[in-house]
Design a protein around this ligand. Structure first.
Ligand SMILES: [Zn+2]
Length: 213
């Protein structure tokens, strides 16, 4: 299924379609959806050095860092299986992505100068610090606008429809503290702002301020 990246108007439409008999404050929902897209830029791609929205191909060794990049709203895919170095850099060029890796042997490829960033370590904070030294990464670009599992853009869904199925099995938290509720149509997963998401958000804010913890 192909998913079109949502604009602010799409998020507003999602909340506007909620039924009026909702037991959840419409105002609270609107506030949550606006917060969800705060920091989203609607401009097109800029130059390599100045862009705040990146298309990345992240080495298999750096999966946790890839999830944080997705949490920040960046397009960060991880190859499904181990690929040869040559195929990795070829894929980055073909898809116009920046390859993020700790493997310095990749620098021997001619296209490495424009499509490779070498980073230090495998811990997400170390990778983030290293990556920020090479690219102008906006760690608050569009928080939680992408699926952490598969990288696809998520959509805000009606909590009246989806929240009950979550509370039956996973959490007793009131929906207000978990909004916005989003769904990935690609891998059929639901995402809410629970404690884990809040800790990731705090980490992104710290990274945005230059403190890589
Ligand atoms: Zn997904």
């Amino acid at each position: 299924m192909r998913i079109v990246e949502p604009l602010i108007s799409d998020f507003n439409d999602a909340s506007a379609s909620l039924p009026t008999r909702s037991t959840i404050s419409r105002r609270a929902l609107m506030g949550a959806t606006v917060a969800a897209v705060a920091g989203t830029t609607l401009t097109g791609r800029a130059s390599f050095a100045m862009t705040t929205k990146h298309r990345l191909l992240v080495d298999n060794m750096l999966v946790r860092a890839a999830r944080m990049l997705r949490a920040a709203g960046h397009d960060a895919i991880v190859p499904a299986s181990q690929m040869s170095r040559a195929k990795l850099i070829q894929r980055a060029v073909r898809e116009d992505r920046i390859l993020v890796s700790g493997d310095d042997s990749l620098s021997r490829f001619d296209t490495a100068q424009t499509h490779l960033v070498l980073v230090d370590g495998t811990d997400p904070a170390d990778v983030a610090a290293s990556l920020s030294g090479h690219l102008s990464i906006d760690w608050l670009h569009a928080p939680f606008s992408r699926c952490l599992n598969c990288n696809h853009v998520v959509e805000i869904v009606d909590p009246l429809v989806w929240w009950p199925s979550i509370t039956e099995v996973r959490t007793s938290a009131p929906v207000e503290v978990a909004l916005p509720l989003t769904r990935c149509a690609n891998c059929d997963s639901l995402h809410w702002r629970g404690g884990h998401a809040q800790r990731m958000q705090a980490r992104l804010q710290s990274w945005s301020a230059g403190r890589f913890i």
